[in-house]
Write a protein that binds this ligand. Sequence first.
Ligand SMILES: Nc1nc2c(c(=O)[nH]1)N[C@H]1C(S)=C(S)[C@@H](COP(=O)(O)OP(=O)(O)OC[C@H]3O[C@@H](n4cnc5c(N)ncnc54)[C@H](O)[C@@H]3O)O[C@H]1N2
Ligand code: MOO
Ligand SMILES: [Mg+2]
Length: 422
Amino acid sequence: MRPLVDNNRLDRFNRKALQAEEARKLILDRVKPLPSESVTLADAWGRKLGEVLVAPHPFPPFRRSGMDGYAVRAEDLTQATSASPVMLTVLESIASGEKPVFSIAKGQAARIMTGGMVPEGADAVVMLEMTVSSEAGNGQPLVRIGKSVPAGLNVAEIGCEIQEGERLLPLGQTIGPGEAALLASCGHSRVAVARRPRVAILSTGSELLEVEEQLKPAKIRNSNASMLAAMVRECGGEPLLLGKVPDDADEAQALLRRELQRCDITITSGGVSVGDYDIMVDVLADPDIELLFNKVAIRPGSPTTAAVLHDKLIVALSGNPGACFVGFHLFVAPALKAMQKEQRPALSSFQAFLGADYPKVNAYRRYIRARTDLREGSVWVIPTGDDKSSLMTTIVNADCLIEIPPLKEGLEKGRLVTAWKW
Ligand SMILES: Nc1nc2c(c(=O)[nH]1)N[C@H]1C(S)=C(S)[C@@H](COP(=O)(O)OP(=O)(O)OC[C@H]3O[C@@H](n4cnc5c(N)ncnc54)[C@H](O)[C@@H]3O)O[C@H]1N2
Ligand code: MOO
Ligand SMILES: [Mg+2]
């Protein structure tokens, strides 16, 4: 038997439970935005914009036809009806990518393709299906139009999407398909994006096996490291897997100190509670380490702890997989996003109908792993199973957290609740 540790550790830290928002603020206050690096637009997907970019020109950069048809002066067609159509002289055919040769004067039109440059003088495009083309005796192409059209019809004005000098995207915006199209249209073939935060992941626990190891009595495989690595990637970070340490505070502390230089933030899992072998209390008792908090008024994840060593954040998450998952979303993900200059790094909330009864009463606010579902036009949030923090299988498929405030009685299915999405 390992020697018993005396119960003094119960008050080794005077654990004062903070509200989740307060705890998150303490972390965010210590975040330092990362420097930017330049990448090609092709490599920018999923990265977060690290520079202020403005439109070097309006978009579209010329008056652009939205239809295949005829560029006309709306004024020429005011009297046009099917019984009394107007005949116009066709000057040229304008392909997309070609500058028109002629400007359009009274009684004239130009054939034009979708995306073509609307010639001077024209102020509308009549779609091909509304026209009849013909020829004069001398071979001059003509067009007959039997309907009046408003000025501006099927013409995209210069700058109707983007004005010259307009700020294109907020700092920290994730570059997805729309952002890539916008940057490409404005000629930004390289963009500055925030460097990916390097996130050290350390698992503590003498019971942990490597994923590839055979099961042994009283042991389980390390699942938190794989989960956290995936979550780090989802937040645009680069996981740096430090592996696992047994429940030995000196070993864990030496490893953390050694790896500190290589990473921007460290997350650990396990050992934050009050058990005899919960080593994080001792690891973080180092006089060089500044403790930010060691208890949050939430379930799961109440023993979540955060500290700073040499200006770098250490977030010690609970070992229980469910608590580790929730703790990451509430405290680590916002830090990673803020490091990449995201303007609103915390989760966003929405209202939805609760998909199942929640009978438990709580002293702490709870965050339940859940899945959103659209049912007959309404948003529902369905718990993925029991919300015990030891459960790992209820993380599968979760795409939001239902917030259950501290209540004296449970909540019935169908109640409107707040949920948080990432
Ligand atoms: N007397 C008390 N006991 C506990 C309290 C308390 O207030 N008083 N709090 C409970 C709560 S709440 C939580 S949450 C857990 C916190 O546990 P720890 O952070 O100390 O984590 P461990 O003790 O190391 O492990 C807990 C559990 O998780 C499993 N685990 C740990 N690491 C991993 C990993 N990398 N992959 C998969 N599973 C892991 C570990 O085997 C344990 O089963 O404490 C409660 N106890
Ligand atoms: O606070 Mo613990 O994380 O509920 O199970
Ligand atoms: Mg423990």
